[in-house]
Design a protein around this ligand. Structure first.
Ligand SMILES: [Mn+2]
Length: 405
């Protein structure tokens, strides 16, 4: 069985910014590759959408895209489904796009998330925590999918779930979580590769935005990260790895190829050493680099330039003195400039600048700060209540917010 594996697509990313079309341009190219490869099935790793509540302006083209893919591929069939410990024998046609939901789509249990909506409309098949035997042509494959769950209890949940491999076919696991091996400084409850079941032939990981291939420490089965189709975090590692999708042939032997997305915008990541420099020295250095990048650019989308300015500035200057706004304006039609000053320091740092810097370095989350302010304003001390109220207000769910008071 030939399967296209597509990573996090984040449809609707930067909806109000200059990269508003990027997620859709790349999604269309990814699906076009899958269609031209005549795959039997497409697996998507969750975070199809960038937000829990995508706007109709994002939902509508997304549904059109899924439905157009569906019209161009044959419908696979579910033969067997194990859900909540119960096994069902079926013979049911499903859409060719099978996916799980990611952390970006997750909503509280009693709410409907956007992928549940697409599933209900018959545009995709969503797996929450279930095992399927899927048949395409005369071939069968077992897929075990787990949508995003809290990092604090995922290990226990996977252990309890303990998906059984279906006999006489390849079995693959689809999951969207953090992994110790991929992200530094994770709390101890975060999963490691060895927490993945060792009875699977193949593991597909969403959530991580760069492409990488690993092996299960016990079973030696592949662990693959297709990587997102659009750049969101602008990490250094994303500038070094290409965006693309995997085409995998699940025969007796599993073979795969990575097909690059040619339309994906180019990201350049540069580290600028600020040690002992004046702000004007830094902006001059960056301007020279911008000119060079423009000269060598040959992609139809203007490039994204990420400058990470690091080190302690010359005496008497603070990070906010380093402003690239004039450069951003000057080159607005030629490059997109993103600055990271989280590692830029000075001898004098005001309290406000320190708070902003802490926020940027994730020493304190915006959410925690918001809850703290809310707690002071509303004089509420119950942490659970505060967190629910904060989320309800964030969702614009005033009715739910009112009920909490
Ligand atoms: Mn993601």
């Amino acid at each position: 069985m030939k399967i296209a594996i597509i990573g996090d697509m984040h449809l609707g990313f930067d909806h109000h910014g200059p990269r508003k079309n990027d997620s859709f341009i790349n999604a269309r190219e990814a699906f076009d590759i899958a269609i031209s490869e005549k795959v039997d099935l497409i697996i998507q790793t969750g975070d199809l959408f960038h937000e829990r509540l995508p706007k109709p302006e994002v939902l509508s083209p997304a549904i059109q895209l899924m439905n157009s893919v569906k019209s161009k591929l044959n419908s696979p069939k579910i033969i067997n489904r194990i859900y909540d410990g119960k096994e069902e024998l079926l013979n049911k046609e499903i859409p060719p796009i099978v996916l799980i939901y990611g952390n970006h789509e997750k909503r509280p249990p009693e709410y409907i998330n956007p992928l549940q909506m697409l599933h209900g409309a018959g545009s995709v098949y969503l797996m929450e925590q279930e095992s399927l035997v899927i048949e395409a042509g005369k071939e069968r494959i077992g897929i075990h999918g787990l949508s995003s769950v809290s990092e604090t209890y995922v290990k226990e949940l996977v252990k309890d779930w303990n998906p059984k491999a279906f006999p006489n076919m390849k079995n693959l696991l689809l999951i969207h979580q953090n992994f110790q091996e991929l992200l530094p400084k994770q709390p101890p409850e975060t999963m490691s590769y060895s927490d993945l079941p060792s009875n699977m032939d193949y593991h597909i990981l969403g959530h991580i935005h760069w492409a990488q291939t690993e092996k299960h420490p016990k079973s030696k089965a592949p662990i693959v990260l297709p990587g997102s189709t659009v750049m969101t975090d602008l990490k250094w590692i994303e500038s070094k790895s290409k965006k693309g999708i995997l085409i995998v042939d699940f025969k007796e032997r599993i073979s795969s190829k990575f097909v690059e997305l040619k339309n994906s915008r180019i990201l350049h990541y540069e580290v600028i050493n600020a040690k002992g420099k004046k702000p004007s020295d830094i902006t001059n250095e960056i301007q020279e680099d911008i000119i060079k990048k423009i000269e060598y650019h040959n992609h139809k989308l203007i490039p994204l330039l990420r400058y990470s300015i690091r080190g302690e500035l010359a005496d008497g200057f603070i990070p906010s003195d380093v402003s690239l706004r004039p450069l951003v304006k000057k080159y607005i039609d030629r490059v997109l400039i993103k600055i990271d000053k989280s590692k830029l320091t000075s001898k004098i740092l005001s309290e406000k600048a320190k708070l902003v810097s802490d926020l940027k370095q994730n020493k304190v989350s915006v959410e925690a700060l918001g809850i703290k302010i809310l707690s002071e304003k509303m004089k509420i001390k119950d942490l659970d209540k505060l967190s629910f109220l904060f989320n309800a207000l964030g969702d614009g769910d005033l009715e739910a917010a009112e009920k909490l008071l």
